[in-house]
Write a protein that binds this ligand. Structure first.
Ligand code: ADP
Ligand code: MG
Ligand code: MG
Length: 913
């Protein structure tokens, strides 16, 4: 980047099989620009043009929205080069060159940035275009589209918050109403040249009325305005919301592509479309996409006309279809990944306007990866790297229960655009959907079609349903990327925004009624349908489906098998019950990394004994109460050990402050008093005594076991008696006892003494031996800083990154909701530190602890058991700092396994470089 600043090259040309840039230059040229250059180089038919670099965007914002001095000269030279290739001139009154001005950031941001087509038209050049093409309707259609797009994007004539429709569309609808009285859904193709001319007049009037300005006639002024608008759109609300959701840094900026126009709207031998080299929803290897005859640009994705599946091109334009099939093959073998591309057919000739790696559902990602490996297009290692770990979530997402579907009535069918099952209350407007979700409702966003303004509502919704638009409509695109369930183009639905109703035949629903949508089949059902677990879960966990009968499972299994081959780190699970442990083992966990014993004290009437223990006034009473808890706890451990069949189990001793176990309400305190036969006042008093100003930093963790060693003693006894019982059955047991919240070496020593003493006692009583470890959590900064001291006694460290984050940042997780969103907005923190490890701060403490701990005890076992252990980028971080395992909740085990394998492969790749 620095290099090109020095050379002052701001504009990169492409055309005639040559290009200044190439596909690897996405940072500088944006994704679209880099791939336009790459496609040009490999000889695909790309209309010539040039890319203004992302550096110019950075310059623009750093210098009060101005451009580098050399920019416009370079633009003029490139326009001249286009003119030479095409034999046309920009602004010429005989052979006018028209251009598209297109944004293009490094990562594609669907629907975020706006494109302007047919730029260069004015009252003179439109006449030239008319003569040149011999097609008046086409020329005026181009002109009215240009005014519409330019008026919207550059001059800001847009739908006001109070309006339900775009003002230009209102003008079109009014004209259609005048021309075709009473007819619904009149297609634009029915408007003739005269009527297009009328639209031009009315559009100009609309712009004048809303802005007080005339529409610019000088093509160079138009170009300048359009380039500025693309750069400005980098900072519009929609773009900011999107970047925040996907953690795209503001500094990246966008590029601008200026490209000569090709026309899909010259008549029935023309058209435009979007396609995928394979099906991005299911992953099937079929040519997938859609097109519209006699259409330009965004018509296909706008959802205004419903497009036709690309396969039908074979009938109407067989030659163009053959050419597209050829291009499909070239794209896959060149880019070695599924491509999402845009094309235009002008009088039978195919032009490529864009290609990029196709966004895909989790289901498709896995299938693409596995099948492309089989086709020898990619290696098994690449296959692993191809599936974003987070997306495995979708493969594990629920589907509708087969029985429930049979019993339900499908009221409409749309296109299955985002697989999975979703059910919720319907909302017809994004803001109200967000409001509903905020109240904790499950919501479905139902729209005639969606636009970028609906993004917030789409994020809030379980699923999205539209009445219009195809599989590449805005709704489908966004849903696919967010992994939302989506059904689009369910044309039988009549949505009335004003009345807030949805009707199909004689079914009428109001906002707030329940609806269910199946994004795998496209069906829409009335009411709240029962869901069933994903096929992977049916095979692995419920064992209700044979793996042989499920392609989804088989692809998943192939991927996991490769992961096992690639990985260095183990994945364990956080589980407190035999059932959770069994689920996690089913997903491939190799042990428990965190068993929270306190959860066990809440079940059934154990809580009473727990409370009795807390209320005890002397050690004898406390021991009596603890004796009642012992058998419960022992039984829990027996269950877990049996389920683990010899896999290790890290068991954390009691951690939360005691007041969490006591009832805080008067009436509950009275109930308890009756049960225990004591005075309610005594309970109230004890609650009062135990009250803490800051319980997160109070009497908790090992501080409990230090003050009340008998609690640790009981827990140790439960562990070892359970181990003895299970060992007696011939099952191996590997307990790893973990002392929480240690900061001082002495704390750990005192607790280890208790554990070792009890272990010896039980071993003697039961005439057996135990294979166990005692270690500690590293969850307060002091522990990390004196890790070399602590490692003298600790046989393992497990990073408790929930508390380590709270204590390192001095930020209470439970109270962060009031300011953290603002922090993220201002990019003080790029990510929520309670979800993704703060590598610079918390991560630094972890690295220190790893280093110091290993100095004392080179073979010390290192792991992580915080919530972060199931978050892909944190998992990768753990790999890089050399942990032996991560531990996460059972249903995130597959995600962690994939991330761990990816980390190992990325490390290998890095070493090669
Ligand atoms: P987006 O980033 O939203 O996909 P694009 O810049 O790709 O925006 O433009 C949207 C649509 O405009 C394209 O899909 C294509 O149909 C049309 N388009 C873009 N450039 C040209 C061009 N040079 N000639 C004809 N149509 C174009
Ligand atoms: Mg767009
Ligand atoms: Mg595009």
């Amino acid at each position: 980047m620095a290099k090109s600043t020095k050379t002052g090259k701001y504009v990169y040309f492409f055309g005639n099989k040559k290009a200044d840039g190439n596909g690897s230059m996405k940072a500088l040229l944006g994704g679209k620009g880099a791939n336009l250059a790459e496609m040009t180089r490999i000889g695909l038919p790309v209309p010539p043009g040039f890319t203004i670099t992302t550096e110019v965007c950075t310059h623009y914002y750093a210098n009060r929205k101005t451009y580098p001095a050399a920019l416009w000269d370079q633009v003029k030279k490139s326009v001249a080069a286009m003119e030479t290739i095409l034999g046309k001139r920009f602004g010429d009154n005989e052979k006018p060159l028209l251009v598209a001005v297109r944004s293009g950031a490094r990562d594609s941001m669907p629907g975020m940035m706006d494109t302007i087509l047919n730029l260069g038209l004015n009252d003179q050049t439109v006449v030239a275009l008319e003569k040149l093409s011999g097609n008046a309707r086409f020329a005026w259609d181009c002109y009215r589209r240009f005014i519409q797009m330019y008026g919207d994007v550059v001059m800001g004539v847009q739908k006001a918050p109070s309006e339900d429709h775009d003002p230009f569309e209102v003008v079109i609808d009014t004209l259609k109403e005048q021309l075709f009285k009473g007819e619904k859904h009149v297609e634009d193709t029915r408007l003739d040249a005269k009527q297009m001319q009328e639209l031009v007049k009315r559009f100009k009037a609309l712009i004048k009325e809303r802005t007080g300005k005339e529409f610019p006639t000088d093509p160079w002024k138009q170009l300048e305005g359009a380039v500025g608008a693309v750069f400005s759109s980098w900072m519009n609300d929609r773009a900011i919301v999107y970047r925040r959701k996907y953690n795209i840094p503001t500094e990246w900026g966008t590029a601008v592509n200026v490209q000569s126009m090709v026309f899909g709207n010259t008549g029935n031998a023309s058209g435009s479309g979007v396609a995928f080299t394979r099906d991005p929803a299911t992953g099937e290897k079929v040519f997938y996409g859609e097109f519209l005859i006699n259409a330009q640009g965004e018509d296909v994705v706008a959802g205004v006309r419903t497009p036709k599946p690309v396969a039908e091109l074979a009938k109407v334009m067989p030659d163009a279809f053959k050419e597209l099939e050829r291009i499909r093959g070239v794209l896959e073998s060149h880019f070695r990944d599924v491509q999402d591309f845009e094309f235009t057919i002008e009088e039978g000739k195919v032009f490529m306007l864009q290609t990029r790696n196709g966004k895909r559902t989790g289901l498709a990602a896995v299938r693409f990866a596995v099948e492309m490996e089989k086709e020898k297009l990619i290696s098994w290692e690449e296959a692993i790297l191809r599936v974003p770990a987070e997306q495995l979530d979708q493969v594990l997402a629920p589907v509708f229960d087969r029985g429930a579907i049979k019993a339900a009535k499908s009221i409409a069918k749309g296109l299955p655009a985002g697989p999975g099952a979703a059910t919720g209350k319907i909302y017809f407007n994004a803001d109200r959907a967000v409001e509903g979700a905020r109240k904790g409702e499950k919501v479905l966003l139902v729209r005639v079609e969606t636009s970028p303004e609906d993004l917030r509502g789409m994020i809030a919704a379980e699923g999205i349903l539209t009445a219009r638009g195809g599989v590449s409509s805005h709704a489908a695109l966004v849903a696919r990327q967010m992994g939302k369930v989506c059904v689009c183009g369910a044309s039988a639905l009549h949505v009335d925004y004003a009345a807030r109703t949805l009707s199909v035949g004689d079914t009428h629903l109001k906002e707030g009624d329940f609806l269910s949508i199946d994004g795998t089949s496209g069906d829409v059902y009335v009411g709240e349908l029962k869901t069933a677990p994903s096929e992977v879960i049916q095979v692995l966990i419920n064992k209700s489906l044979d793996g042989k009968d499920s392609r989804t499972y088989q692809n998943y299994a192939a991927l996991m098998k490769w992961c096992a081959k690639a990985t260095r780190m183990d994945v364990r699970t956080n589980a407190d019950s035999p059932e959770q442990a069994a689920n996690a083992v089913g997903f491939g966990a190799v042990g428990i990394g965190l068993c929270r014993t306190e959860h066990m004290f809440f079940e059934g009437n154990r809580i009473d004994s727990m409370r009795e223990m807390i209320l005890a006034e002397n050690i004898d009473d406390r021991k009596k109460a603890l004796a009642k808890l012992l058998p419960y706890q022992r039984e829990d451990f027996i269950g877990i050990f049996k389920e683990l069949k010899g896999l290790p189990a890290t068991i954390r001793f009691l951690d939360p402050p005691l007041h969490e176990f006591l009832p805080h309400q008067g009436s509950e305190q009275e109930d308890l008093a009756k049960k225990l036969g004591i005075d309610a006042k005594k309970i109230a008093q004890r609650v009062h005594d135990l009250h803490e100003f800051n319980p997160m930093l109070g009497h908790r963790g090992c501080r409990l076991g230090i003050v009340y060693p008998e609690i640790s003693e009981m827990q140790a006894r439960a562990v070892f008696e359970a181990a003895a019982a299970v060992q007696a059955k011939g099952i191996k047991v590997k307990p790893e006892i973990m002392i929480p919240l240690v900061g001082f070496p002495k704390e750990l020593q005192l607790q280890i003494e208790v554990v070792n003493r009890v272990a010896a006692e039980v071993a003697k009583e039961k005439k057996t031996k135990f294979n166990y470890l005692v270690g500690t959590m590293i969850e307060i900064p002091r522990a990390a800083l004196v890790a070399h001291e602590i490692a003298k006694d600790a046989q393992f460290f497990s990073f408790g990154t929930n508390d380590l984050t709270q204590t390192c940042l001095g930020m209470s997780r439970d109270d962060s909701g009031s300011f953290l969103p603002k922090y993220q907005e201002l990019e003080i923190v790029k990510q929520n530190p309670f979800a993704t490890i703060d590598q610079a701060g918390v991560g630094k403490l972890m690295q220190i602890a790893v280093e110091l701990g290993r100095k004392t005890r080179p073979d010390i076992k290192l792991g992580i058991c915080g919530e972060h252990g199931g978050e892909p980028s944190s998992v990768k971080f753990c790999h890089r700092i050399g942990l032996a395992y991560v531990s996460c909740s059972p249903f995130r085990v597959p995600i962690a396994r994939l991330a761990a394998a990816q980390a190992a492969l990325e490390e290998k790749k890095g070493k090669k470089k």
